[in-house]
Design a protein around this ligand. Structure first.
Ligand code: PDD
Length: 273
């Protein structure tokens, strides 16, 4: 792991977050996850580009140049000794007494490298459709992942692998992945607007489709048309490209977080537990 300039074992005493770190208090930070294949971070330049956009979006100065980030990540991977790994790193607004307005402190940088063991192949995913209740800036890779965490947990409890998030009748993405639909030879995926995280794997797959001459349309796929899809698959840094073979129906009577009013949810937000 890496904590503000120092490499430490992830379980070492020094690998801790201060009580008043703004990430800890407010979720005031952004993150990235990159896969390491054969000791080399995959598509790191694109991850660094997205990190820069996320930092700018929340008004946080990028603490490192791309060359510095690359060197830090490569050092962390080398020290971990893992050839197949994920690197998670985040930048928070730093540590200061709790007040909502921005403090004048240095951002905090932490990083963890974890060895990666691939799930047994071949595999296909089951999805559970759920309302997309995230804020309207899903394009920012914010560490505030409570809606994603709850959606994924509700999917798990329903026996599904991933949640399929639906906003205004259209599929946006998964809780931690992007979604593609194949229909009559055309590849569809949600446009990279504010309502999805523009995945690095999504971008890579769109590039492959372009190279292969596969027509692509970046338009949202309506939930009501899902049954018409020829194929559905997910993309993500840790998900890679994963076929979907089963989609569990959206529960239309499920109270949305915004519609709860006086009604008290019995289980996790928006769903019976
Ligand atoms: N999640 N959409 C969301 C909401 C995500 O959290 C992710 C990735 C993706 C796929 O993006 P990419 O291809 O860049 O990984 C799409 C990461 C892996 C995570 O939170 O662990």
């Amino acid at each position: 792991a890496y904590v503000n300039g120092v490499f430490v074992a992830a379980d070492a005493d020094g690998a801790v977050v201060p009580l008043e770190d703004r990430g800890h208090l407010f979720g005031d930070g952004v993150y990235e996850v990159v896969r390491v294949y054969g000791g080399r971070p995959f598509l790191l330049a694109w991850h660094l580009e997205r990190l820069a956009h996320s930092l700018a979006a929340i008004g946080l100065a990028n603490p490192h140049s791309d060359a510095e980030w690359t060197s830090l990540i490569e050092q962390a991977v080398a020290q971990s000794g893992a050839a197949e790994a994920t690197v998670y790193w985040q930048v928070t607004r730093g540590t200061a007494p709790r007040a909502h307005t921005f403090p004048d402190v240095q951002p905090a940088v932490t990083m963890v490298v974890r060895p990666w063991t691939a799930p047994p192949a071949p595999r296909a995913a089951t999805l559970l459709c759920l309302p997309d209740e995230r804020w309207a800036n899903a394009w920012v890779k914010s560490i505030n992942l409570l809606p994603n965490v709850i959606a994924k947990e509700n999917a798990r409890r329903a026996g599904a692998d991933e949640a399929l998030l639906v906003r205004s009748g259209a599929i946006t993405e998964g809780a931690a992945s992007n979604l593609f639909v194949v229909h009559q030879g055309v590849l569809y995926t949600h446009p990279a607007n504010r309502y999805i995280l523009a995945g690095i794997t999504r971008r890579f797959v769109l590039g492959l489709a372009h190279d292969l001459g596969i027509p692509v349309r970046e338009v949202a796929w309506p939930l009501a048309e899902l049954a018409a899809a020829d194929e559905v698959f997910l993309t993500g840094t840790t998900t890679e490209v994963l076929a979907v073979d089963r989609i569990l129906a959206y529960e239309a009577d499920l109270p949305s977080l915004h519609q709860l009013g006086e009604e008290r949810p019995r289980g996790l937000v928006g769903r019976d537990g």
